[in-house]
Design a protein around this ligand. Sequence first.
Ligand code: NAG
Ligand code: NAG
Ligand code: NAG
Ligand code: NAG
Length: 406
Amino acid sequence: MGRAGNGSSFILMISLLALVAAVAGAGRHLAAADIDASRVGICASAVAIHGYKCQEFDVKTDDGYILNLQRIPQGVAADNSTNRPPVLLQHGVLVDGVTWLLNSPKESLALILADSGFDVWIANVRGTRFSRRHVSLDPNKPEFWNWTWDDLVVHDLPAVIGFVHQQTGQKIHYVGHSMGTLIALATFSEGKQIDKVKSAALLSPIAYLSHMNTALGVVAAKAFVGEITSIFGLAEFNPKGEAVAGLMKFFCAQPGVDCYDLLTAVTGKNCCLNASTVQLFLKNEPQSTSTKNLVHLAQTVRDGVLRKYDYGNPNYNVAHYGESKPPVYNLSNIPHDLPLFLSYGGQDALSDIRDVQTLLDALRSHDVAKLHVQYVKEYGHADFIMGVTAKDVVYNQVVSFFKNYN
Ligand SMILES: *[C@@H]1O[C@H](CO)[C@@H](O)[C@H](O)[C@H]1NC(C)=O
Ligand SMILES: *[C@@H]1O[C@H](CO)[C@@H](O)[C@H](O)[C@H]1NC(C)=O
Ligand SMILES: *[C@@H]1O[C@H](CO)[C@@H](O)[C@H](O)[C@H]1NC(C)=O
Ligand SMILES: *[C@@H]1O[C@H](CO)[C@@H](O)[C@H](O)[C@H]1NC(C)=O
């Protein structure tokens, strides 16, 4: 499938997310599964039940958001070693940290890392269910949702990285999936946090989104950007809300759209998901984000350039940035000696191989010895976090990569 046309991107992105929502709706009718973190939190529901120690933390950002963070300090086996290297796991858009914990302990990256001798920390960005808190703003009011991934770069990531660094006294290994890779790349490109980060593993790396396409993309491309913005305004985008459900019905009623296998329509064809795990996923996700964040992601799809949020009006941009166009995140400026591991899939509809190539082009001056790239032909977007083969195919490599740069 080809590139989505200009102006269609926002709809494309929204429809994508709406799909996740519809899948979630369907999930409610499925038999109850084990993990539902909603009531008891991530440690109790998804970590302690497997016999691992786990601690919950709250971290405050410099703009007042209160973020939930989990720590799995060691593996399940008795282990008296000290100074385990810290690893921070950063999830993608519309999900939270529990996505790292949905498979069995032997298949889930967070627990594999703990069992491999790492001190594991799991981030949850603003707006996700345990991070819907602020010192003064109310999550039921639009002001709470006035942010994009630029703000995750400026506020959330520094708060969480700073906290882990301060608690452990060590530099951190970073793992990102999807938007979790985008905010890291943007951060590093500005030379930030480099003093606290030892290396980064980027799964389903996203920086350029021009070729993002899903089964729904073609239909979505026919719709109008303006309509959607007027439905949601610049407030919470709640995938479980009624507005999104209505939108879903509309898209699924279009000729040629098969909403039967929605996860596939959203992420691309995942080779290796376990049906029970998908059920747990649907029980826990999707999570809210801000509509403004989706608009920003859609701008990335449309523009083919990685820029800060575009206020859509040169005067507003001048007021915010001192320039009529938003500043570019120049990924060529990522310090060339920062160890990077990139793993991308041949079936990933969000992190298309052509966009990954653009990212690799931007990294062409990176120290060759410090840039490790893995291509997994059969993997879709979700296989990297939930695939039953991911341990053998991807995670073992992540573990050796981190050990190599300890
Ligand atoms: C760790 O525990 C093992 C076995 O219990 C023991 O042999 C070893 O001396 C301990 N190491 C330290 C540093 O305490
Ligand atoms: C949203 O934040 C921007 C600054 O990024 C500010 O100019 C604007 O007034 C805010 N809007 C609302 C509704 O709070
Ligand atoms: C799928 O998940 C179920 C429930 O956790 C588990 O019993 C089964 O072994 C898993 N299958 C594979 C192939 O991992
Ligand atoms: C990014 O930076 C590199 C060198 O640091 C420079 O050659 C290139 O022109 C910059 N790209 C953009 C789009 O500014």
